[in-house]
Every structure is written in C-alpha cells, then in structure tokens.
Design a protein around this ligand. Structure first.
Ligand code: BGC
Length: 740
C-alpha cells in the first residue's frame, strides 16, 4: 500500500467514515465534508488555484503544494515528474490532498491523431471515441489525469484558427462527436488508469468571434446560442463530462468567465451539470481588460459569483479572495461549493486512493506510441481524407498507367510539423511519416520518385520553381502538397484570407502549366478557398493535418489501397468574402435566384466551393427507395426513415449517408436543412444496404418564440443523400390530431 493511500485512508478514518456502512451521504461526500471541515480559508482557495508549470514545478511551486495552496497544475507531464509532485502533495501537505494534473490532450498525447476537424471529416463517432481513449491511455500513463478536451466549439467562420480544434460548423455532428470523445477520454469509470477527466470547452460561443478573429467579441441571440453553439456542450454534459472550461469571449456584453446566467443558471440549473468549471488561461484576470472588473479582486469576485470554480493561472482566487471572504463580500459558502466540486473530481478519479492514477515510468514507456496506437492513427487518418475532385479518375494512382515517375512537389510534402498540426501535445516530429515518406514507401523500387520543395510555406520568392517545374515535366504525375503550417491555425491562428499562403498558389499554377496531371494534396487546419484549383487541377485531396501517420494514410488513398470516405464537416468557401457561409442557413424572405433583388452577392455564386457533407470516393453510390414509417406523426413520436444505399461503382467503398430535415413552416424561421442523422455504410461493388434513421422530437423540435423547446405541428421535409446539397426527398407532417 502506498504512503498516500495509507494517509488517505487515515483521513477517511479521521473523518469517522465507516466505509462499510452503506448510508447516505456517500463515503465520498463524507470524505469531502471531513476535508472541508478541516481546511483553512487559504487551503480552500488553494484548491481553486490552478497554476501552470514550465515543464516542471519550480521549488517555489512545490512549496505552495506543501502549504496546500495548489489544487492542481497544468502542463506538468511525464510520469516521473507527475509522481514526484503528487508525492509532495499527498505526503508533505497538511491534508494530503492529491493534485489534478491537467494538459491539452487535444488529438493525442504522443501518438498524434488527425486534428479534430479532420477527425470530424471521418463522420465516425466510434473512431473519435477510440482516439480519445488512446490519448487518455497515453496521457494517464504519463501522469496526466485531466485533459482540456474535447473542444466542442461550433465554427462557422474558417478565418478563426481554432476551427482546427473542433468538429466544424454543425451542431448535430458536433454533438455526436462531443459525446463520443467524452466517453473515450473518461471511459465508464474515471478511476480506471486509462481514463482522464474530460473538459468540454470553451463555454460558450467562442467560435462566433466577430470576423473570425481569435478572442474577439461575440454578440448573438439566445436562440442562436441555444440552437447552434450550445448543443455540443449539452451533449458533453449528458455524456457525463467532468469539467467545463469557460471561454475567453463575451456574449452580448458579458464575458463568459463572469456570466452567472451561463455558468450557473443554465449549466448547473437548467442542465443539472454537477462537475467543475475552470476558467481559461488568465481569463479571470482578463475580466479587467474586458472592462467589467476594476481590480483583480473584483475580477475574482465576479468569476466566483458566476460559478467558475477553478482559476487557471490568474492566481487571483488564491491572492485576492481571502480578504474578500474575511470582509464578508464573498460568502464562504460559495468558496466551499467550489472546493467541493474540485475535491469531488479528485475523488471521482480515485486520486484519494491512488494519487498517481496508475502513472509510472514503466507504463509510460510501454504505452506511448504503441504499435496499436499508430495503427489506429493510420486508420482514422485514412478516413479523414476528403476527395474533393477526381476528374478522369486520375486517382487512384495504382490504376493509372502514369505512375512510373512521380514528382512530389511542395513545402508540405516533407514537413512533419505541419502533419502534427496545432496542439501537438507530446507529439514528436520524428515520429511522423510525411507525405513524401509515405509515398516513397508505398511506391516501392519500381517507381522513380523525385521531390522538389518549390518554395517555403510563407515564401515570397519563386526561386525554387524552376526545379519543381522541371521535375513535373519529366514525371507522369505530379503530387503537389501545399497548405498551411501548424501555427497558421489553432489558438491565435486566425487568418484574414483563406487562400494558399505565400507563393504556393503560383507554384501550383506553374506545375499545372507543365501539362503533367496534378494531384493536389491540401494540408490545412481549416477549409481553404481554392477556386482556381477546383477549376483547373484534376484531383484534389483535403488531407488536413493527419498526425503521425499522415504519409501512410495519404499514400493508402493515393494508391487506392483504400477508397476515400471522408466528408466535409465544414463548407468550403469560394472566397473569404462569402464567410460566414454554412449549409444550415435560413431561407430569408428573398432566397437567391436570378432576380436581382434577392439575397446574394453580385460577384460570386451563392453556393460554396464544396458543400458541407461533400466528399467523393473511388466508387459511386446510389440512393433509392426512401421511405418514412408514417406520413403523419404526433409531436412526441419518432419517425423512422429508411433508404437503400447501393455501391454502383467498380470498387469497395464506404459512404456516409446523411439525413437532413427541414421544418417548412414554424413560428420562428428554421434552417433550410439541418443534419439529423448519418451512418457510415461499407459496401462491396454492387452491394446494397437498407439504412435506417430515427427522427426523434429532439431533431424535429425548435425553440419557439418563448425560447422553449417544442415540436410544432406542421409540414416537414427530409432529405437523404451523400452531402448537404443533394439527396432524395420525402414529406411528412407533425400533427396534434390522433392518427387516422
Ligand atoms: C486555451 C485553452 C487551453 C488552455 C491551457 C488556453 O490558451 O484557450 O484551450 O486549454 O490555454 O493550455
């Protein structure tokens, strides 16, 4: 038995806990009561204090731990360091309370998976659950017990760099993936040594920043908040997420970190969320810059009053709240409430029993980058690739007579950092198979493979074009790999344009100018507006940032070992001027048409370059026989929708069948389409499968004029197909009258 366990059990006994006697309150409640009763005010506020370490805690920080003035650290990783800090907490602090150890495990810890936006393109919740689980397994082995993921912000503006970290523009897809990732991180029992506490962030509407500029002002209606931005958080809460992080932004004048309505009335009251709420990095101090607090103390008072339990790196709760509590400006009861939530999270993780949560140097060495983790990374990376164009079936290369000399061109082709993407955890560029390496490995000895960078990502010089063009001329096919560096998306990675950075567009045009067929491989943390490429280049793959197995996955697809099956989780604009452009828009009173006085631009089509849900395959799929279980249902009923999906092409493939719904007339305006279900269907050539969806009140309802959720009687339409811009249609009615 560890010393910590002895001490923890000793404390339980000291709290006169009779663990064997089942009675209410629970043993955990009694442990927490016992601790809170013994804590000084400083120790209580210490639990609310979440500083960051610079790889390791400083001697001063360890002293704070000894004094009971730290509730947890972020960025303290590595089994040895984590164990050492926990050891200090549980053996040298007065109350032996273990630490929460938080880290941004966003798309993997060491085995880096596709960025979340890319993973969303797989439309595969089981895969998202698996990658989160593996990420948790690795992180926990390395001492982390809390991840600041999943990021569940809806992003309708691809200028916003953090679109890379989430699931794209749609609330339904975002909700399904949010729940899957929470399940993956937390498992069924947080005490398990391969589980970590998950955090749904950033609460809320961070993705609605004006102009897509990070940290910027948000102003939106409660309706849009509830319909679009909140559902993934609700899904995370319903999946049992243990923590929620408030966002940096304001909504309609109230910064989230000071928003009592958001954090307490809605989250805890309406949604019955009982986990902990943590601020974002220095967000409590930033209430001063927002202009709602005149001092640090006031900022702390506002945040605590709003319901924010833990102070990430402002140090305000610890430094400034004691005086406010002592003077009676903050009731000690509100401090106690926050302390209890943090202690409860620690208890739920089993930290009072095993403060190390199974972390050990041996386990860390065995688990990180395990072969099966890499295998999963490859599988999910393949699924995340979206085939945007494939004129004349240029792809797959294996079927093209032309594959005997391949020119690989472009700054991203051999860039392991870009493949890892934003938020790379402990990802190591040396672990990455780049696109060039993947193609080289797959092409084998019989193929002459040549590489030219052409230009750097942000270069302004075209000096390297000559080599690239010469190479392309000699080759049967040119694979041009261009896009964004890792730091061009993610936090503080907003862009005002959506094209290829630097001279990459010119590079692409120069290579295309040789007449050699071009396969364009885009790597980016956001959808890129590439109208020229969409018009001129024969084949386009969106390959995002796919993690350590990027090159293998891209080669698997290029050579046809798998058929691409990814579908866009976000609309691709033709130009930045169309932004925000999203498929589930409202109809307006003047939907775009040939008439002049309709809602459109005069200089660009109304449609996106590629619509939400779109993605090609090496085979084709047909939809037929769309049927509804009834022509009429009551508001409480569920409608079953069935359709036959057939592989009508020559190869095996997987289709993501999508169900959309439209409420044709309601008391408030409704989107022209809203995703309401999807299914991945793997089919051999000629094979057909009947696919069934359920439309429940949740998908059919809306927030009425009084903002209450209701299924309103009236006409509805459903669409089932392979993207948001196509599909078979059927109508049905919701009626209050009993069925005939
Ligand atoms: C980000 C969060 C992140 C936190 C801790 C902040 O800057 O907004 O998403 O979890 O840092 O690293």
């Amino acid at each position: 038995m560890t010393a910590a366990r002895v001490l923890a059990l000793g404390l339980l006994t000291a709290g006169s806990l009779a663990a064997q006697q089942p009675r209410s309150p629970s043993p955990t409640d009694r442990l927490i009561d016992a601790l809170v009763a013994r804590m000084t005010l400083e120790e209580k506020l210490g639990q609310l204090n979440l500083p960051s370490v610079d790889t390791r805690p400083s001697p001063q920080q360890l002293d704070l731990v000894r004094q009971g003035l730290v509730g947890g650290f972020l960025n303290l990783t590595g089994a040895a360091a984590a164990r050492a800090a926990q050891h200090v907490a549980v053996t040298e602090s007065r109350l032996h309370i273990p630490l929460l150890l938080g880290y941004d495990v966003i798309h993997g810890y060491r085995t880096i998976f596709p960025i979340p936006l890319a993973e969303a393109a797989a439309w595969d919740p089981a895969a998202a659950e698996s990658t989160a689980h593996v990420a948790a397994r690795e992180a926990a082995a390395a001492g982390v017990n809390w991840t600041f993921a999943p990021m569940v912000d809806i992003a309708r503006d691809p200028r916003w760099g953090r679109i890379a970290e989430g699931s794209g523009e749609d609330s339904y897809l975002g909700s399904v993936l949010a729940a899957a990732r929470v399940r993956g991180f937390q498992g069924s029992d947080l005490r398990a040594t391969d589980a970590v506490l998950a955090t749904a962030k950033h609460f809320a509407a961070y993705g609605a920043a004006e102009g897509g500029r990070d940290y910027n002002t948000v102003d939106l209606s409660e309706r849009t908040l509830r319909e679009i931005y909140l559902p993934p958080f609700r899904a995370a809460v319903d999946a049992g997420v243990g923590s929620i992080m408030t966002s940096f932004n304001e909504i309609a004048g109230v910064p989230s970190t000071a928003n009592r309505w958001l954090v307490t009335t809605l989250l805890r009251g309406e949604w019955k969320y009982s986990g902990l709420v943590v601020s974002d990095w220095t967000a409590i101090a930033e209430l001063q810059a927002h202009g709602v607090a005149g001092s640090r103390a006031e900022a702390g008072r506002l945040a605590l009053a709003a319901g924010v339990d833990m102070d990430m790196t402002s140090g305000i709760y610890l430094d400034d709240l004691p005086a406010l509590v002592r003077s009676g400006r903050i009731p000690v009861a509100s401090v106690d409430r926050a302390v209890r939530r943090i202690l409860r999270a620690k208890a739920t993780l089993g930290l009072f029993d095993d403060p190390y949560h199974g972390a050990s140097v041996e386990r860390e060495a065995a688990v990180l980058l395990a072969a099966e983790h890499r295998a999963l990374a490859r599988r999910v990376a393949r699924e995340a690739i979206v085939l945007l164009k494939n004129d004349g079936n240029l792809l797959p290369l294996a079927e093209s007579a032309a594959r005997h000399t391949i020119a690989v061109i472009g700054p991203l082709a051999d860039d392991p950092g870009a493949a890892l993407g934003a938020w790379l955890g402990h990802g190591d560029p040396r672990d990455v198979v780049t696109v060039l390496a993947g193609i080289r490995e797959r092409a084998g000895a019989g193929v002459e493979l040549r590489y030219a960078k052409g230009a750097g990502i942000l270069d302004t010089s075209t000096a390297g074009f000559g080599d690239a063009v010469a190479l392309a001329r000699q080759a049967a096919v040119a694979v041009v790999v261009v896009g964004e560096a890792a730091d061009m998306s993610g936090e503080a990675g907003s862009r005002s344009t959506l094209g290829l950075p630097g001279v990459q567009q010119q590079l692409l045009e120069a290579v295309q100018g040789t007449g050699t067929p071009v396969v364009l491989v885009l790597m980016s943390g956001r959808p890129l507006a590439v109208p020229w490429a969409a018009e001129h280049v024969s084949a386009i793959l969106e390959a995002w940032a796919l993690g350590v197995e990027t090159g293998h996955a891209v080669a698997d697809v290029l050579f046809g070992d798998v058929s691409p099956s990814g579908k866009l989780p976000v609309s691709v604009p033709r130009t930045v001027g169309q932004v925000p452009i999203y498929y589930n828009h409202k109809n307006t009173g003047r939907p775009p048409s040939q008439d002049k006085y309709t809602s459109k631009y005069i200089d660009v089509p109304s449609s996106p370059l590629f619509p939400f849900g779109y993605g090609l395959s090496y085979t084709t799929f047909g939809y037929s026989d769309l049927r509804l279980s009834a022509p009429r249902i009551t508001p409480a009923e569920t409608l079953r929708v069935t359709v036959t999906v057939t592989n009508t092409g020559p190869r095996s493939g997987t289709e993501v069948a999508q169900l959309y719904v439209r409420d044709e007339v309601a008391s408030v305006t409704r989107p022209v389409r809203a995703l309401a279900g999807f299914r991945r269907v793997a089919l051999a050539p000629g094979e057909a499968q009947r696919v069934e969806f359920a439309l429940t009140p949740r998908e059919l309802g809306c927030y009425g004029p009084d903002l209450r959720f209701v299924v309103e009687p009236g006409r509805f339409r459903v669409f089932v197909g392979g993207s948001s811009a196509e599909g078979l249609e059927q109508k049905f009615e919701v009626t209050v009258a009993p069925r005939p």
